[in-house]
Design a protein. Structure first.
Length: 481
């Protein structure tokens, strides 16, 4: 079944249309050229006949007495003029001198005396005639020559050309349709083969790749692009499977801990201290589970950059200070030194909750992947027309091959460190938040030498002093206030 919307049919139709257009242009141009050439040739022939007539009358019989002009003209016509050619001679008043009687109906000659040769075209007794009218001197008297010559042979040539073209055109059209179909089929064969192979690739066979023809053309680039896409999908699905496995394990572990703690507390009467310890364990597991669900909700919305972002002027120093104060206790558990520095005028336009989360993710990652007694620093400073946020640690670092991949969802450089709490979502969320603020994020890192994450925000210069916000009371929140 022919699908008229397929590329193959469209190519074939386009090829046929181009062929028909080309044939039409060539045919019309050939016809017009031949017609003009034949008409010009006939006009030149008649002018030469006029010259021979003048030479015949004025030179040949100039010194022969006793022969009238009519007799000279009759001799000329009998000797040189074709059966369907006509000659009429008029004086300047319009009276016909030759012949006395016309053997055919009168010809409609061009108007006027025609000091310059006048050409025309008439039909006489079914014959197409080319006419010439021109003032001349014959036998010493001024006359008007009127010549008419048959053009039947010329038009017969044109008719044969037209008939030949009308016979050849359908044959050429059929040949062009067949050639267009074969060419389009051959051109689209690699695409059909790629389509057939692509349909056999499913979620369980993403490791398969399309064959890449070594042609150096668009088909090769298409196959290579599809294989690159399949590779990215395969990696994403693999990370998603690993993430699902890890998530299931974490949720099952948290649920088991909370359930076991609650059951143990309910089996017998216990002291308030034991109950408080059990509730503390359940609360900690609930907090961990809640954070896990928050990450899932953030990643389920595709990107934080697709959330509604409210950009307001704010001091990035305050956001860094709040995040560091919030994570100070977490760093102290590993005997780490967490410090931050401020730089005056580090104003940006940003969404406060999103920026808090961004800075928290970077510092929290630094705490996780920096060993005990390590050092972590955060600062916001001005560079040219940008405000740069930097978080530096002397932790385990990142291998060069993974520096770009760490911003992919569900990617973890070392899956064996799942106990650290990472699920491969934090840096992907951070990158999305940076993109929502028209900021770029990059990392400088070497294995064993630590990492420095930098985010460049467009700098905002406020017209008036931005009022400093009240500090958040993390200590009160930690104490349950």
């Amino acid at each position: 079944m022919i699908r008229f919307r397929s590329i193959r049919v469209k190519l074939n139709v386009l090829y046929v249309l181009l062929t028909v257009s080309w044939m039409s242009v060539v045919g019309l141009s050939t016809y017009l050229y031949l017609r003009r050439a034949l008409l010009t040739s006939r006009a030149e022939t008649m002018q030469r006949r006029e010259q021979r007539l003048e030479h015949y009358i004025n030179d040949t019989y100039a010194h022969v007495p006793g022969i009238s002009l009519r007799d000279q003209l009759r001799y000329f016509m009998d000797a040189t003029v074709a059966p369907y050619d006509t000659l009429e001679i008029f004086d300047l008043s319009g009276r016909r001198i030759y012949p006395d009687e016309l053997p055919h109906p009168s010809i409609q000659w061009p108007e006027g005396i025609c000091r310059q040769a006048c050409f025309g075209e008439v039909t006489l007794d079914g014959h197409r005639m080319r006419t010439l009218k021109h003032a001349a001197q014959l036998d010493g008297r001024p006359v008007v020559l009127c010549l008419a010559g048959s053009m039947d042979e010329h038009y017969d040539v044109l008719d044969r050309v037209i008939r030949s073209f009308l016979i050849a055109a359908p044959l050429m059209l059929i040949a062009s349709v067949a050639a267009g179909f074969l060419l389009s089929r051959r051109a689209m064969h690699p695409v059909d083969r790629m389509t057939s192979d692509a349909r056999t690739i499913g979620i369980g066979s993403l490791e398969r790749r399309l064959p890449v023809p070594d042609t150096g053309d668009e088909i090769q680039r298409l196959a290579e692009t599809w294989n690159e896409l399949l590779e990215r999908v395969d990696l994403a699905v693999g990370r998603l499977k690993q993430f699902t496995h890890d998530l299931s394990h974490d949720l099952r572990t948290s649920t088991t801990v909370m359930l076991a703690t609650a059951q143990m507390a309910l089996r017998a009467e216990r002291s308030s201290t034991d109950y408080r310890a059990a509730l503390t364990t359940i609360a900690n597991e609930s907090i961990a589970t809640s954070r896990m669900l928050d990450d899932l909700l953030a990643i389920a919305s595709t990107d934080p950059s697709q959330q509604e972002v409210v950009l307001l002027p704010l001091d990035l120093n305050e956001v860094v200070e709040e995040a560091c104060e919030q994570l100070q206790g977490h760093a102290a558990l590993k005997h780490q030194h967490l410090c931050w520095t401020s730089s005056a005028g580090a104003y940006v336009r940003g969404d406060l909750p999103l920026l808090r989360r961004l800075v928290t993710i970077l510092i929290d990652n630094a705490v996780k992947y920096t060993p005990e007694n390590g050092t972590i620093s955060a600062r916001a400073h001005i560079e040219d027309s940008a405000v740069v946020l930097q978080v530096t640690d002397n932790g385990i670092g990142i291998s060069p091959s993974n520096r770009e991949r760490i911003f992919d969802r569900f990617f973890r450089e070392d899956p064996s460190r799942a106990h650290e709490g990472g699920r491969g979502l934090g840096l992907a969320i951070a990158k999305g938040i940076a993109a929502a603020h028209h900021a770029g994020i990059d990392v400088i890192s070497d294995p064993g030498a630590g990492s420095t994450f930098s985010i460049r925000f467009p700098r905002y210069v406020p017209e008036i002093q931005v009022e400093r916000r009240p500090k958040r009371l993390y200590s009160a929140l930690r104490n349950g206030a």
